[in-house]
Design a protein. Structure first.
Length: 232
């Protein structure tokens, strides 16, 4: 049965002084995940949010807490985020050796959470190989991680299609593909047609006049393109 594209608003673009209200708006607007961008000022230049925020946020929402770890030491911090209430933990392959990446995925699964591996735009998709058979999701970045509000890097669609083909070849038909960075009504159809299942939206949702309408608009544009691609 057709599964509609999932929307994961990134609270990096929310109003931190009204975070609870912003989360309520995306819940009512039909978001699937809440995307939490954790940056440490080392793996990426920016410094954002961490465990203390997740600890308060996770019990206050029914949305899937999708934690995107843009940090140098994921193996140390994964247990902290799981303890704080993460449902899905997303680690960058660039921060880990192949062996560490396997350990990270195993650690996340042993705690009963969903595991994802993320790729920066210039990292070969083949870097997912050590864990592709075990991943619940792969994250294909469509901007250099670090900041919200950047423009989508043209051609990311090809990398989405490559990750989808790689998961199929590994027998992991259930693996979701998430795309993050510069996604809105214009770019969502491109990645959805290529096989994206989960779209992160920061500015496109939280800077919109009507965030609920923005979620619906992105999802409708993505579903239309995905259904057309499936029918082709
Ligand atoms: C970038 C973050 C993204 C970003 C998305 O490093 O991982 O999640 O905040 O924001 P937009 O959708 O505005 O590009
Ligand atoms: Zn992100």
């Amino acid at each position: 049965m057709y599964q509609p594209v999932k929307i994961a608003p990134s609270i990096l673009s929310a109003d931190f002084m009204r975070l609870a209200a912003d989360i309520a708006v995306i819940e009512e607007g039909g978001a699937n995940f809440v995307h939490i961008d954790v940056m440490d000022g080392h793996f990426v230049p920016n410094l954002t949010m961490g465990v203390p925020l997740l600890k308060q946020l996770a019990p206050a929402t029914d949305l899937v807490c999708d934690v995107h770890l843009m940090i140098d030491n994921p193996l140390t911090q994964i247990p902290w985020f799981i303890e704080a209430g993460a449902d899905l933990v997303n680690v960058h392959v660039e921060a880990l050796t192949d062996e560490e990446l396997r350990r990270a995925v195993a650690m996340i699964h042993e705690a009963g959470c969903l595991a994802a591996a993320a790729l920066k735009p210039k990292t070969p998709v083949a870097a997912l190989a050590p864990v592709i058979a075990d991943l619940d999701m792969a994250l294909v970045m469509s901007v250099e991680p670090g900041f919200s509000g950047q423009s989508y890097i043209a051609g990311t669609e090809a990398r989405v299609a490559e990750a989808a083909a790689m998961a199929r070849a590994a027998g992991n038909e259930a693996m979701l593909i998430q795309v993050d960075g510069g996604i809105g009504p214009v770019t969502a159809p491109l990645v959805a047609a290529a096989g994206a299942d989960v779209l992160v939206c920061g500015n496109a949702v939280f800077k919109a006049e009507d965030p609920a309408a923005a979620i619906a608009e992105v999802r409708a544009a993505a579903d239309k393109a995905r259904l057309a691609a499936l029918a082709a």
